[in-house]
Design a protein around this ligand. Structure first.
Ligand SMILES: *Cc1c(COP(=O)(O)O)cnc(C)c1O
Length: 373
């Protein structure tokens, strides 16, 4: 078995057999020729069902996450939606109290009226999860590190609890990436990614992926719903995501190293009330994170002393960081999170989230230093 950096370059890649091209062509054809005997010898017949660029991306991520198969989607949200559609009305779902806000809305606004029973639970607390489990719990969704508070959930612990009642553990690994954390090895059944973030890596792809540990009934249902429901990505977006993955290990480790230094700097700054980064020994999830992550990622959040106005003023003064949503790209981004999430958010008003890009660490620290003064 080759190692991660080699897999990132070679899994899903092959030299194009017809031209010798090293970089794969983008296959835009929506339909594929059928043989006189009715067969499709290359395995493709219609682009909603499968496409060579999508197939390559899926092969790559299945290998990186150590799963049996992966399925690509039009967005990270589309991936989660399809998993939820594979459940039945009356099923119970446990979701984290701190998670990507769009997924919370999907659970509340679409799937609760549709008939799922949903509980938002502090998944960092095993006793709380144990208490929330029901005989009809089909799915336990976790996000670790979580967004935007970077809370850490014990993947092994949650897998044990979920499996006791026959529920499936789904881990959103978007923030950690398979470079830093491999949830399937720790007991998760499915891994979710927004390729939009680190996998694409350059803020130019919208996409999602689900990786399965086993080819079971739930996985077949997810793939069936994707095929007939059509939440699939375009060939170009799959091509961009696969291109991004080639440099993933080097980008993510550099971003994690920089984030740790910037977080350490902020922790000592008098204008900062709190820093949420699992790489800091003061973070309550640090010991669990150290046991399940290689490094602690390129994303963190911090609370400025004061309220929304003080936090917005800091974001208004940055010169290298860009004020924008999302994360995982080459540019460092900063965002006042509460005002972008919908009303009713539990995110503190004085919180800024920072996504560390690939700039020089000293420049980033200097930028935040002048913005905080
Ligand atoms: C961005 C994100 C999603 C949703 O992905 P989209 O591609 O924007 O739909 C899901 N989970 C996490 C953790 C995310 O950061």
């Amino acid at each position: 078995m080759t190692k991660l950096e080699t897999q990132a370059i070679h899994a899903g890649h092959q030299v194009d057999p017809t031209t010798g091209a090293i970089t794969p062509p983008i296959h835009l054809s929506t339909t594929f020729e059928r043989q006189p005997d009715g067969a499709y010898p290359h395995g493709y017949y219609y682009a909603r069902s499968d496409n060579p660029n999508r197939h390559a991306l899926e092969a790559s991520l299945a290998e990186l996450e150590g799963g049996v198969e992966a399925a690509a989607f039009a967005s990270g949200s589309g991936a989660v939606m399809t998993i939820l559609q594979a459940l039945a009305p009356g099923d119970h779902v446990i979701a984290p109290d701190d998670l990507y806000f769009g997924i919370r809305l999907l659970l509340q606004d679409v799937f609760t009226p549709w008939g799922l029973a949903v509980n938002f639970v502090d998944t960092t607390n095993l006793a709380a999860v144990k208490q929330a489990l029901q005989t009809n719990t089909r799915l336990v969704l976790i996000e670790t590190p979580s967004n935007p508070l970077l809370k850490i959930t014990d993947i092994r612990g949650l897998a044990g609890l979920a499996h006791e009642v026959g529920a499936c553990l789904v881990c959103d690994n978007t923030i950690a990436t398979p470079v830093l954390q491999r949830p399937l090895d720790l007991g998760a059944d499915l891994v979710i990614h927004a390729t939009t973030k680190y996998l694409g890596g350059h803020s130019d792809v919208l996409g999602g992926l689900v990786v399965a540990k086993a080819n079971n009934e739930l996985w077949q249902k997810i793939k069936h719903i994707r095929q007939i429901g059509g939440a699939v990505p375009s060939p170009f977006e799959c091509w961009l995501a696969l291109r991004g993955i080639q440099t993933l290990p080097y980008r993510v480790r550099a971003q994690a190293d920089t984030a740790r230094q910037v977080a350490q700097f902020l922790q000592t700054h008098p204008a900062v009330e709190a820093v949420h980064y699992p790489g800091l020994p003061s973070h309550p999830g640090h010991p669990v994170a150290a046991g399940q992550m290689e490094k602690f990622g390129g994303l963190f959040s911090f609370q400025v002393k004061g309220g929304q106005a003080e936090a917005m003023a800091v974001a208004a003064r940055v010169k290298i960081f860009i004020r924008a949503t999302s994360f995982g790209g080459t540019h460092s981004l900063i965002e006042h999170r509460a005002s972008i999430e919908a009303p009713g958010t539990t995110t503190p008003e004085n919180l800024l989230r920072a996504s560390i890009g690939l700039e020089n660490v000293d420049d980033l620290i200097e930028d935040l230093d002048q913005a905080l003064d």
